[in-house]
Write a protein that binds this ligand. Structure first.
Ligand SMILES: *Cc1c(COP(=O)(O)O)cnc(C)c1O
Length: 383
């Protein structure tokens, strides 16, 4: 039997071993690593700088006073409290859909939704760069999983044709993509994907994890930005990124959501999120969808425009370096200069595409971005 020591040594040899980084400060623009100096943080998904926001911290404390710290049971037993339902109503209304369902995390949302809707005899067709949670949901479901190369519409159509030919009338065919991709920061061609899924009578699940809060009117996501929401069967996302807290959601028609309440195992067999958390997420949605959200988005996009002449498509800017060693060395070099920019390696990204993943936040100042640009220029990482 192989030992954990051997397996870890093997990971280390390939420069794939990962270790936890211990931050001694809250998640914010500048962070302090244990035993180290302060670093400018270009590594978090806290795109609007809300994770340590004073207004939300006050609201969280008040919400704890009002609703308590725990929910006591799963949603279907006795864990559904007012804040859960109010959050779901607020979210559905913001997204302009009939219903929404919230989960403990975005990961639990993806696995619960896909395995709840699909099973043996069904087909899930996913973009190759879809997040691990979407792929795991498809595997868990028992449906046939077919992957198409990233954003390749021709190959997507081939898979749809194949699925039509090889399934019964009753079967579900579910196309899965992200709207903004987590490690590349690029967009999916949503309108063309929707045209195809409609032509072949398939369903579409779009994961807006990296778009919700930062693009579209009121930060409603890429589907809203392109005015396509009404043609997307199921939209999901997370409260753990731009929203600054944690949790996940899916929204769509009343019937899909009611079905998920009956079928999504990560929803059914998991204790409801703390009611104070649900209440604070609703407060954060108010911030995001209001004037302050508009201000934060303006700042974020100004920082992105400042970083490169051609404004990036999202708050995620990858610098692909290829080998694991190159990405690790670049990340370590930046850390010595006072910047936290993570090296991302296989299996998070395909082999041979190890990279620095730079993420921007409305909390960064113009000086922070200039400093990062200078450090990257000096390091030669930008070529
Ligand atoms: C982060 C992420 C998730 C998981 O969300 P969590 O709330 O962090 O569990 C799901 N999908 C995508 C595309 C993500 O980037």
């Amino acid at each position: 039997m192989r030992s954990p020591e051997e397996e870890l040594a093997d990971l280390a040899k390939q420069r794939l071993r990962r270790e936890l980084r211990h931050l001694e400060s809250p998640q914010s623009r500048s962070v302090t690593m244990r035993g180290g100096a302060a670093l400018l943080n270009f590594s978090s998904n806290d795109y609007l700088g809300l994770a340590n926001d004073s207004e939300l911290k006050t609201r969280f404390a008040e919400n704890i006073g009002q609703h308590g710290v725990g929910s006591g049971a799963s949603r279907l037993v006795c864990g559904t409290l007012g804040p859960h339902l109010e959050l779901e109503e607020a979210l559905a209304s913001l997204k302009g859909v009939k219903a929404a369902l919230t989960f403990s995390t975005g990961f639990a949302t993806a696995t619960g939704v896909i395995s709840g809707l699909c099973g043996r005899g069904d087909v899930v067709i996913a973009d190759k760069l879809s997040h691990a949670s979407l792929i795991d949901g498809a595997k868990l479901s028992g449906a046939t999983l077919r992957v198409f190369p990233h954003n390749d519409l021709g190959k997507l159509e081939e898979r749809l044709k194949w699925a039509r030919k090889n399934t019964d009338n009753d079967a579900r065919i579910l196309v899965v993509t992200e709207s903004i991709f987590s490690m590349d920061g690029d967009h999916a061609p949503l309108e063309a994907i929707i045209d195809l899924k409609e032509r072949y009578g398939a369903l579409l699940l779009v994961d807006e994890a990296h778009a919700f809060g930062i693009v579209g009117p009121q930060g409603r996501g890429l589907g809203s930005e392109l005015d396509l929401d009404h043609r997307i069967d199921l939209q999901m996302g997370t409260f753990s990124k731009a929203v600054g807290l944690s949790g996940g959601y899916v929204c769509g028609s009343r019937a899909w959501i009611d079905l998920l309440i009956n079928r999504a195992r990560s929803f059914i067999y998991s204790t409801a999120p703390a009611p104070s958390l649900a209440a604070t997420i609703k407060d954060a949605l108010e911030v995001i969808s209001g004037e302050r959200g508009d201000d934060l988005r303006r700042t974020l996009w100004a920082r992105l425009g400042q970083f490169s002449e051609e404004t990036p498509a999202s708050a995620i800017v990858p610098l692909i370096l290829g080998e694991n060693e190159a990405a690790l060395t670049a990340s370590e070099g930046l850390q010595e200069k006072g910047f936290l920019v993570p090296a991302i390696r296989y299996p998070t990204v395909p082999r041979g595409t190890a990279r620095l993943r730079i993420t921007f936040s409305a909390a960064h100042t113009a000086e922070d971005v200039d400093a990062l640009k200078n450090a990257l220029d000096d390091s030669g990482a930008t070529g």
